[in-house]
Structures are given as structure tokens and as C-alpha cells.
Design a protein around this ligand. Structure first.
Ligand code: GUN
Length: 282
């Protein structure tokens, strides 16, 4: 069986069009124009690309965006001062500090300094806690994007067995909670899991976020599973995910490609979170 390709690019475009319309309506009614501040410390090339893409995405939907590019040797106090200033601005509804930050800066101190209602990454412990107990929260962008892909593809989750491979705070743990909220039976696997294939072969929905190409091969997937590949790995010849695409596509019912699967959804959810922050989520 050849899997259906879940087209993240098309789904993201559809959602972004809706966000653009909502922002146009806000502007027309003198409502708040959503504003996002992105802070980049240092010159990491991948981070520079991500930040540029975020800036462009904001412009494309008519959102206000500001990018602060700070030198690599910026100290923590200076960064906290900027966050404090942005926390106090009424025209900035979302604040995102591109990670990773240089080693003289403590990541947790930065995340904790952002006002939870402006934390469009959903990384602040208040938002993590709210997600855990099912209260309205800023939800991390990639997990939220994965859920949107599943919903747009008509994947039923109630009572299904979902296996998440990877336990990061950014993807694995939050996506497991979101799947649980939707009444899936969830297993989280990681680098110390024994008999990974024994778990993944039971999955109706398999989410893979390990950052290692070839984590999941064809024989590790059940016939008819839905496979979401979160990996973005630069290899000779281009980008690949964490899933051996060709062999898994022969067994799965549906699969996300890399690129063009989860990737386009992440920035889309950042736009959605910023719009929600501007119009008041909680
Ligand atoms: N670096 C890689 N992914 C992310 C993300 O989702 N948010 C932030 N702030 N930095 C990142």
C-alpha cells in the first residue's frame, strides 16, 4: 500500500489564509494588530534562517514583527532587560527568544522571564502546567502543528494507540499530552527504551522526534499506521526526517514528508498563538 502524503505545506497555507483574513478584520475594526518580537542572540546560521522565515511569515499575514539581533557575547542581564521592556509593551503580544542561546545565558531564566500570556512558544512553566491540567494555555508550536495536521487529515484519535518517539520539552512531552487529551492511549519512547520496535509496531499513530535519520524503518511500523515525522536532518543531498520515508510509506496509511510536512506548520502555529495572544486567550 502506498501511503497518502499529508501535505503540510497546503494545510499551513490554508490556515495562514484564515489568519490573514482575521488580521485584516482586526485592522478594519481598529482592533489590536498582533505584534511579535523575536530575539536572536548570536549568528548561528540555522537560527538566522529560522528567524528570517518567522519575520517573512509575519509580513505575509499582515502581522507586526520586530526582530532583535543581539551580539553573541550579550550577557543575561541585558537580555532580561529587553524581555522586561517587551513584556510591558501593549503593541507586542508575543515574545520569542530563538533557542539555543549562547552558554553564558541560562535558558530557563530567559523562558521564565517572558510573561506567560506573551509566551507564544508555550515554554513557560505556567503554560506547561496549564497544558498538563487541561486549562487554556499557549501550546508549543510544533506539537500544535502536529495535532492540526492530524485533524485536517481526518485522523480519529479516541481509543487509538499513539506512540511518541522522543521526550523533549519542545515536542515529545507536549505532543504526548495533547494526544492524551484527545483520548488516545499514549506511550512515550526514548533513547533508553528497550525494544523500540516492539512499541512502534503497535502504533496506530506514530510521532517521531528524535533528530536521528533512520530512527524508524519499514519493519518497525504497523500496516495502515499514520506516521508523523518531526525530524529535520541535513544530510548529503538535502533534508531528511527521522523516518526512512520510502520503506515506511509502503506500509503506512498516511505519512508526512520532510520537507513539507510538520515544518510549515510550526511557524503557522506561531502566527496563530500570536493572534490569540493579541485577542486574549486566557
Ligand atoms: N529553536 C528550535 N526550535 C525552536 C522553537 O520552537 N522555539 C524557539 N524559541 N527556538 C527554537
Amino acid at each position: 500500500m502506498a501511503a497518502r502524503i499529508i501535505d503540510g505545506k497546503a494545510i499551513a497555507a490554508e490556515i495562514r489564509a484564515g489568519i490573514k483574513d482575521k488580521i485584516a478584520l482586526l485592522r478594519a475594526n481598529n482592533g489590536p494588530v498582533p505584534g511579535l518580537a523575536v530575539i536572536l542572540v548570536g549568528e548561528d546560521p540555522a537560527s538566522q534562517t529560522y528567524v528570517r522565515n518567522k519575520e517573512r511569515a509575519c509580513q505575509a499575514v499582515g502581522m507586526h514583527s520586530e526582530v532583535y539581533r543581539l551580539p553573541r557575547d550579550t550577557n543575561q542581564g541585558k537580555l532580561l532587560e529587553l524581555i522586561d521592556e517587551l513584556n510591558g509593551r501593549s503593541d507586542i503580544h508575543g515574545i520569542l527568544v530563538q533557542l539555543p542561546v549562547p552558554e553564558q545565558i541560562e535558558t530557563a531564566a530567559i523562558i521564565n522571564a517572558i510573561r506567560p500570556e506573551k509566551d507564544v512558544d508555550g515554554f513557560h512553566p505556567v503554560n506547561v502546567g496549564r497544558l498538563m491540567v487541561g486549562e487554556p494555555a499557549m501550546i508549543p508550536c510544533t506539537p500544535q502543528g502536529i495535532m492540526a495536521l492530524l485533524d485536517h487529515s481526518g485522523v480519529e484519535l479516541t481509543g487509538k494507540k499513539a506512540v511518541v518517539v522522543g521526550r523533549s520539552n519542545i515536542v515529545g512531552k507536549p505532543v504526548a499530552l495533547l494526544l492524551l487529551q484527545r483520548h488516545a492511549t499514549v506511550t512515550i519512547c526514548h533513547s533508553r527504551t528497550k525494544d523500540l520496535a516492539g512499541h512502534t509496531r503497535q502504533a496506530d499513530v506514530l510521532v517521531v522526534a528524535t533528530g536521528r535519520p533512520g530512527t524508524i524503518t519499514g519493519e518497525m511500523v504497523k500496516e495502515g499506521a499514520v506516521v508523523i515525522d518531526v525530524g529535520v536532518n541535513r544530510v548529503e543531498g538535502g533534508l531528511v526526517g527521522d523516518v526512512a520515508f520510502d520503506e515506511v510509506a509502503n506500509k503506512a496509511a498516511a505519512i508526512t514528508p520532510v520537507p513539507g510536512g510538520v515544518g510549515p506548520m510550526t511557524i503557522t502555529m506561531l502566527l496563530q498563538n500570536t493572534l490569540q495572544a493579541a485577542t486574549g486567550v486566557w
